[in-house]
Design a protein around this ligand. Structure first.
Ligand SMILES: Cc1ncc(COP(=O)(O)O)c(C=O)c1O
Length: 470
């Protein structure tokens, strides 16, 4: 702990060693935290984390936590305190920290090659530095393709109810989460919603072929809008912040078929699921889909550096080099920090760790243990209405009443989170995203989780459900 707070006193603006009170006050006075109502900090201290190791975190008061959400937002996939990633980043920074992406870099080329080898059918990587930005790149590519190859017509981008693709105005225009959009309009035109595919909240009744009907609902929107106006369909492989929604049987096969028949490009947002979270390198690889675009960010370098990737096929790439004499024909986009070489350097080492430690296999095994532990809770707690997940990415939908499926109150859901936190386990939940349906607990421990970690997480949720819904 002291090591973490120790500072180099030769630098004038440093905070005094070990003066944690000062740090808390500086934070309270000057830092604006994301997704946070700051009124609460007038009476409570902001939480400040100072150290992490593996799955464990320590806050400024010295309390230890087991992190079951990989840095809060499904990011630190290989765990905290990885010195080999820090070394790789340091070595890269002293050799070459940056040059704009109009030029290449050794780490950038190597990571692209390694990544593409894990994504059959894909061939090009465009670097930027957040999930939102990676998704914006696809939207811009789709728009440019529409202008250059379809007379401006195939410009509409479909997104799905309950999915989320980012925080910018462009990606919020593609957010299927009403509360995330609220107070930020007007949004850019040309984004159209398709229905969600959550069987538990079935819009199509208790039917055998729910997945096919949910996919048919997408086709109905394409037909309504006119296939010649629709350029792309953007979907999460498993909806993350919208409630950990695993696709129903038969869904993806039909979605792929619909996209092919209507010449609609398929964009899969792997910002959460990508790079191992679900037990395959990519979520879509569970379902045999062949996308046109794949975006990824959080787990690409596990939060050791900011990096995101927009990956596409050679067919799409070729559309941007067909007329070299036309000054407007190439992808006219820039990402300044897409040129930070620390990103691919960290990503390369992150991927080596996943391979050498066989973390995909661990994710599958521990994911099954987590899922079955949560189903066990559902047998004992009537509030646990549904359990969903794939790999180390699981959700528990909380309800007031199992028969009516009336959602648990957001305050109760937050009380479950607070109870786990008080017992040293950090879990998450859908948060101010879906009016009346912010009722799904989210669990996404690092891919290094052990059986003890998983059992402790399940026990914490068990205890919290008993106390909150007694
Ligand atoms: C599925 C998905 N896409 C995109 C994003 C946006 O990523 P970022 O916050 O890095 O911009 C998120 C963030 O949570 C996400 O969950």
């Amino acid at each position: 702990m002291d090591d973490v707070l120790r500072t180099d006193q030769s630098r004038p603006n440093d905070i005094r060693p070990n003066d944690i009170r000062h740090i808390i006050e500086a934070d309270r006075a000057h830092v604006w935290h994301h997704l946070t109502q700051h009124k609460g900090f007038e009476v409570n201290d902001p939480r400040i984390f100072v150290e992490g190791k593996g799955m464990r975190l320590w806050d400024a008061t010295g309390r230890e936590y087991l992190d079951a959400v990989s840095g809060g937002v499904w990011t630190v996939n290989v765990g905290y305190g990885r010195t080999s990633i820090a070394d790789a980043v340091r070595d890269q920074l002293v050799k070459l920290n940056y040059f704009a992406n109009s030029a290449g870099s050794i780490a950038g080329a190597r990571f692209a090659e390694k990544l593409i080898a894990k994504m059959p059918g894909m061939s090009r990587v465009y670097y930027s530095n957040s999930g939102s930005e990676a998704n914006e790149k696809v939207f811009k590519m789709v728009r440019q393709i529409a202008h250059r190859h379809h007379g401006g017509r195939k410009h509409k981008i479909l997104y799905r109810e309950r999915d989320y693709h980012g925080t910018t105005l462009g990606t919020l225009a593609a957010a299927g989460q009403a509360q995330r959009r609220e107070q930020f309009g007007p949004f850019p035109d040309g984004f159209v919603e398709v229905p969600h595919c959550l069987e538990y909240r079935s819009q199509y009744g208790a039917v055998e072929n729910y997945g096919e009907l949910a996919a048919d609902a997408i086709e109905a929107v394409i037909l309504r809008e006119g296939p010649d106006t629709v350029g792309a369909l953007c979907l999460e492989p498993i909806t993350a912040g919208g409630g950990v929604i695993t696709p129903p049987k038969g869904y993806w096969e039909k979605v792929q078929d619909i996209c092919r028949r209507h010449d609609v490009l398929l964009h899969i947002d792997e910002v959460v699921c990508g790079v191992g979270r679900t037990g395959e390198w990519f979520g879509y690889q569970h379902y045999g889909v062949q996308p046109d675009f794949v975006t990824m960010a959080k787990g690409v370098a596990s939060g050791y550096a900011a990096i995101s990737c927009t990956v596409t096929t050679e067919r799409i790439f070729e559309l941007f080099k067909d007329s070299p004499d036309d000054p407007m024909s190439f992808f006219r986009d820039i990402s300044t920090f897409g040129g930070c070489v620390a990103g691919p350097a960290a990503a390369l080492e992150n991927m080596r760790i996943i391979e050498d430690e066989d973390l995909l296999a661990n994710t599958r095994a521990m994911g099954e243990r987590l899922l079955s532990g949560l189903w066990g809770l559902a047998e004992r707690h009537r509030a646990a209405g549904d359990v969903r997940g794939k790999g180390l990415f699981c959700g528990v939908e909380l309800v007031q009443d199992r028969a009516t499926k009336e959602a648990a109150d957001e305050k109760q859901v937050q009380a479950v989170i607070a109870d786990c936190m008080a017992n040293g386990v950090i879990i998450g939940a859908t948060n101010r995203s879906l009016p009346g349906l912010n009722n799904t607990l989210c669990l996404s421990p690092a891919l290094i989780a052990t059986t003890d970690d998983i059992d402790r997480i399940v026990a914490a949720v068990d205890g919290a459900l008993s106390r909150v819904f007694h």
